[in-house]
Design a binder for this molecule. Structure first.
Ligand SMILES: C[S@@+](CC[C@H](N)C(=O)[O-])C[C@H]1O[C@@H](n2cnc3c(N)ncnc32)[C@H](O)[C@@H]1O
Length: 245
């Protein structure tokens, strides 16, 4: 690179032009952590300020690690909320995903069901590796209820999965979000919800494509190995299936 080009690049960065900053960030990241591949510049969802603000309201972690997953979830609901059936989430934490689902449900007057221990993760088993510990990601039920207070069509089921599933055994579902990180509750959730899904309905597993969640990955792969549905692995790390007729 000629000195004049370097100076031009530096001037662009100092004057606040976004694109050269992006290229610089990509180069630096490439030096420090090669495995991460920057995506294309200028993806529109990053300019959705309302969505980013909503994310920040729930995730006061100082990072945006699940912004793309939340966005993907929000978009995927569009494929199935017009179908018959309720929605559900297994593992709600502070309610970010449930908030997005409930917000979309308003248009279709759907009921949302939330299953959570409100005591964090259950005991990991061998399939889960050693990333997670019992009690991780614990959040009180009152926090979740406060965060979702603007929605009336929500039911809360406190307990270890699958203890409370019998409460909704007679319901049909069009969209189910699994976000419990571990093998046993993911396996038991798929077992329960699969046969209650409306054809065309979606089961979305937040943890399917992460090295930290081998148990959730195995639970999905095992279950769907002899089913008609293919698991779609998204580059966000999520995996989903669309229930066949
Ligand atoms: C990753 S957080 C969920 C994040 C949430 N979906 C969101 O949008 O932010 C995992 C949640 O699963 C719950 N959980 C984990 N293992 C569980 C189990 N075996 N039974 C019931 N709830 C469980 C935890 O209490 C926690 O709230």
């Amino acid at each position: 690179m000629h000195l004049s080009s370097v100076l031009k690049f530096v001037r662009q960065i100092l004057t606040g032009d976004e694109f050269p900053r992006y290229i610089l960030a990509e180069r630096i990241a490439g030096l420090i952590y090669k495995r991460y591949k920057f995506s294309e510049y200028g993806r529109l969802f990053l300019y959705d300020d309302d969505f980013v603000r909503l994310y920040e309201r729930f995730e006061n972690t100082g990072n945006f690690h699940s912004l793309d997953r939340k966005y993907a979830l929000d978009q995927l609901t569009k494929l199935s909320l017009f179908l018959d059936g309720d929605t559900a989430e297994c593992g709600a934490y502070k309610g970010a995903s449930s908030y997005l689902i409930c917000r979309r449900n308003l248009k279709y007057q759907k009921t949302h069901h939330i299953f959570d221990s409100f005591e964090g993760l259950s005991d990991p088993v061998n399939e889960d590796g050693d990333y997670w510990k019992k009690g991780d990601l614990s959040c009180g039920e009152h926090v979740l209820r406060e965060n979702l207070k603007e929605f009336s069509a929500v039911h809360y089921y406190k307990g270890w999965i699958p203890e409370r599933f019998s409460d909704v055994a007679d319901r049909k579902f069009c969209f189910v979000h699994l976000d419990i990180d571990l093998y046993q509750p993911t396996r038991d959730s798929i077992l329960f919800f699969y046969e209650r899904m409306t054809p065309g309905g979606i089961i979305l597993c937040d943890d399917y494509g992460f090295t930290s969640c081998p148990g959730a990955n195995k639970a999905m792969n095992d279950f769907f190995s002899d089913k008609a549905e293919e698991i779609v692995l998204l580059p966000t790390g999520q995996g989903f299936v669309m229930k066949q007729a």
